[in-house]
Ligand binder design. Structure first.
Ligand code: SAH
Ligand code: SF4
Ligand code: F3S
Length: 445
């Protein structure tokens, strides 16, 4: 089929992993000759890359999908694709629910989009959800930014947290080869990118599935070694990584982050709960004491490091006292940022079947109380930047105040200052004159 003048649209829900997958799928579509359309109603191919981490994320997808399914009745040549985690979770069932769909593809199939679409254009309705070995993408991703880029390091998750769908929808851990990761970063450096965020559900579990052992039987590859291996890629000034799991966060990794100048002092390490019994019921594999020790060690090496995390309130059986242990942890540690969520029972996860569910009223009350504490603590943490000079990598214009540009500090605080968009991609020294809970304003020095 000819693809000239044909347009595609991609909407992405969910986490950074999905954003990275979308950029690769958009790259494949452009390579096939499609042009990007901001408006889905103007596109011949509409792709929703979906998230199912909580029920409300999943429901959002169905409402978007409903509108396009309707449009297909008057425009039968519209190609409708559901990719990502809802696609993997629902599979064939999605076709029964939305028969207008042409393609349902799980996250492991993202790089196969061209092959799958050829099947569709040949007249088939296609479901691709079987577990596969993820192939390297040979086309170029269409990246949203020209300055910062995602680079996948490890796909999937081998944990079994009792609330979580991710292992069901993303499959088992698959680490990319260090050479492939470095090659992608070198290409980014050549293209003028300045910052790379290395991605994985549990990035610090990197390498366990790759072949080879060290003398003594340890895995040949691990995340700390990977950081040493990629840190001198020319052109890349900053390296970040997410998400870290407390079980795999070693002192050796912390020491490497302190030693390697390009690795930014920002750590995203979800704790989920501050209560040991709940952590056990969640099957997280650590205690709050262990979590606190990790943060202490980070601060011993890098006193100014910024720390962010995820937490869940209202997990089945959570008592008021146990919830207060989460508040206490947040109070004690003082996070720079915390993603909070009310527990949402998910299909195919053990905790969804337990009888000790917490009521929606209690969940939303706890969520509000936690969020209130988080913004107080984040504002306190932000104050340490006041009057200080920070390095800001300029990423673009402030859409609300065009005289300002915006970028991030090494600690990942969004920062605005009066400047020129031609400074995009430069690291500018900025003196902070205003500190809000989650962003800063300053002046160049
Ligand atoms: N791999 C990461 C987190 C990935 S999922 C880790 O283990 O830390 C992102 C976040 O979604 C989780 O950290 C958790 O806080 C939240 N989450 C996952 N399942 C959830 C559920 N059923 N209800 C509410 N929040 C959930
Ligand atoms: Fe989900 Fe746990 Fe895996 Fe994180 S580690 S993705 S919370 S199962
Ligand atoms: Fe959502 Fe899938 Fe990410 S469920 S949070 S898009 S791994």
């Amino acid at each position: 089929m000819t693809t000239s003048n044909r347009r595609y649209h991609v909407t992405t829900f969910g986490c950074q992993m999905n954003k990275a997958d979308s950029e690769r799928m958009a790259g494949i579509l452009e390579n096939m000759g499609f042009q990007f359309s901001e408006d889905p109603n103007n596109a011949n191919v509409v792709l929703y890359n979906t998230c199912t981490i909580r029920d409300n994320a999943e429901q959002k997808v169905y409402s978007y999908l409903g509108r396009q399914a309707k449009r297909k009745h008057s425009q039968p040549d519209l190609t409708l694709i559901v990719a990502g985690c809802v696609a993997q979770q629902e599979g064939e069932a999605l076709l029964r629910r939305v028969p207008e769909l042409d393609l349902v593809m799980g996250p492991q199939h993202a790089n196969r989009l061209e092959d799958l679409l050829e099947d569709v254009f040949a007249g088939n309705q296609v479901v691709a959800t079987e577990p596969i070995h993820i192939i390297e993408d040979i086309t170029k991703p269409r990246r949203d930014s020209k300055i910062t880029a995602w680079v996948n390091v490890i796909y999937g998750c081998n944990e079994r947290c009792t609330y979580c769908v991710v292992p069901n929808v993303r499959g088992i851990e698959q680490s990319r080869k260090p050479e492939a990761i470095r090659a992608e970063m070198e290409e980014l450096g050549r293209q003028g990118y300045k910052e790379v965020t290395l991605l994985g559900q549990n990035i610090d579990a990197y390498g366990r599935d790759l072949p080879g052992t060290k003398p003594g039987g340890r895995h040949l590859h691990n995340f700390t070694d990977l950081l040493y291996y990629v840190h001198n890629v020319p052109g890349i000034d900053r390296i970040r990584f997410a998400t870290s799991h407390p079980r795999y966060f070693t002192e050796r990794l912390i020491a490497a982050c302190a030693e390697l100048p390009k690795v930014c002092e920002h750590f995203h390490i979800p704790f989920q709960s501050g209560d040991n019994e709940l952590l056990k019921a969640m099957a997280r594999g650590y205690t709050h004491e262990k979590y606190r020790r990790i943060i202490e060690t980070i601060r011993r090496y890098m006193p100014d490091a910024s720390i962010s995390a995820d937490a869940i309130v209202g997990f089945p059986g959570e008592t008021e006292e146990q919830f207060e242990n989460t508040l206490r942890l947040v109070e004690d540690i003082g996070f720079d940022m915390l993603n909070t969520a009310a527990y949402s029972p998910r299909p195919g996860t053990p905790a969804a079947l337990w009888e000790n569910q917490v009521s929606e009223e209690v969940k939303s009350d706890r969520l509000q109380r936690l969020n209130h504490l988080v913004s107080i603590k984040a504002a306190e943490r932000s104050m340490r930047y006041f009057d200080r000079v920070e390095e800001v990598l300029v990423e673009g214009q402030n859409p609300k105040k065009p005289a300002q540009v915006m970028g991030r500090t090494r600690g990942n605080r969004l920062t605005f200052f009066n400047g020129d968009i031609s400074e995009k991609g430069e690291v500018v020294r900025v003196k902070i004159t205003e500190a809000r809970a989650f962003s800063l304003t300053g002046e160049r020095v």
